[in-house]
Write a protein that binds this ligand. Structure first.
Ligand code: MRU
Length: 348
């Protein structure tokens, strides 16, 4: 039986245990997922969030669904059962392509081994491999990415692309961890990331837990800290990278990229290849999740805006490829023109 335990998730061979990220940093609470519906709720309600973490969680969700419904495989066509689980989990959140990538990988293994008596063991192994691989991939992103940073640099990051957004180690924060692991002293400025506050609640907490020097700022301070020469590089994660390099990430990323260009600060994306949607020609078609406006009108339980005010709450934005200095992947750092460098990587 395969087991895995990280800060973000634990697979104990029977159920998936997730730290409830909505409660951090003040409380450590956990959700135990026993069914694929539990996993659907965990992703939809952002108990787990961050593109690679969502992918790995969904993979275990698919396995749990098949395990749960394996009795009905006798009465129902197995492809239909798989489709039902796939579609439910796929409907949890629309932007991070890792969700669909992981589900497709699980579905493929299911269809290839449909008549194997050990199908459930095979699926559990596949989910486990997705989770284990994610850690290795992030460490590789860290190794390649650390080259962009010099000893003494300060990095600005937005949202949380750390251990909590992945199975472990992180992508953008993996680059920072990689540089520190190679002996460099690196400081971090973390945007608070309104309205959901992943930067304040998660990045600041995670970096402090790891003993990494972090300074929290509100989003509207990013331009001013760049102007003052405090930032050597921006490194952020991604939810979906189109074939031309246009990148969807947490709302506010685009503004940071524009500010970085204005101030001559290099702007990097750190993401696994599973975040590249090769079928998506450019950023125009990337679905952008819109979330409940209460995230804007309230901070916690406190109302901060008039009743019935009109709000717009997109959870992600798209940074055009020409604002991105490099895309740090587990296979190396991609440079523009991304349509060519990404294609080359996928054609290999
Ligand atoms: O809405 P969230 O918290 O799931 O958004 C997360 C982000 O935008 C991250 O930057 C992205 O998923 C990369 S995580 C390594």
């Amino acid at each position: 039986m395969k087991k895995i335990k990280t800060i973000t998730l634990e697979w104990n061979g029977n159920e998936l245990i997730l730290i409830d990220q909505r409660m951090l940093p003040t409380k450590k609470e956990y959700m135990i997922c026993k069914t694929y519906e539990d996993v659907y709720v965990a992703i939809k309600d952002m108990i787990v969030r961050g593109a690679p973490a969502i992918g790995a969680t969904a993979a275990f969700g698919y396995y749990l669904g098949l395990r749960e419904l394996s009795d009905s495989l006798i009465s129902e066509k197995s492809e239909d059962v798989s489709k039902r689980i796939f579609e439910k989990l796929a409907s949890s959140r629309p932007t991070a392509v890792n969700l669909f990538w992981a589900l497709k990988r699980m579905e493929k293994v299911f269809l290839e081994n449909i008549n194997d008596d050990d199908i459930l063991v095979i699926l559990e192994n596949e989910a486990y491999n997705i989770a284990e691989d994610d850690i290795k991939i992030n460490k590789s992103i860290g190794k390649f990415g650390q080259e962009i940073l010099s000893d003494g640099d300060t990095v600005l990051t937005h949202c949380n692309a750390g251990a909590l957004a992945t199975v472990d180690y992180g992508t953008a924060l993996g680059v920072i961890r990689g540089a520190i692991d190679s002996g460099k002293t690196i400081k971090v400025f973390a945007d608070e990331t309104r309205p959901y506050l992943q930067g304040a609640r998660l990045t600041a907490w995670e970096l402090m837990e790891s003993g990494i020097d972090v300074t929290l700022i509100t989003d509207n301070m990013a331009g001013w800290v760049m102007k003052q020469g405090k930032i050597n590089a921006v490194v952020v994660g991604a939810d979906r990278i189109a074939a031309n390099g246009d990148t969807a990430n947490k709302i506010g990323t685009y503004s940071v990229a524009v500010l970085a260009q204005k101030h001559g600060v290099p702007f990097y994306i750190a993401a696994p290849l599973s975040t590249i949607d090769i079928e998506m020609p450019d950023g125009e078609g990337i679905p952008i999740e819109e979330r409940n406006i209460r995230e804007i009108t309230h901070i916690g339980d406190k109302q901060i805006a008039p009743d019935n005010v009109k709000c717009f709450n997109p959870a992600f934005d798209v940074t055009p490829w020409n604002l991105i200095t490099g895309i740090i992947t587990e296979k190396g750092i991609l440079r523009p023109p991304y349509r060519e460098t990404i294609k080359k990587l996928f054609d290999k």
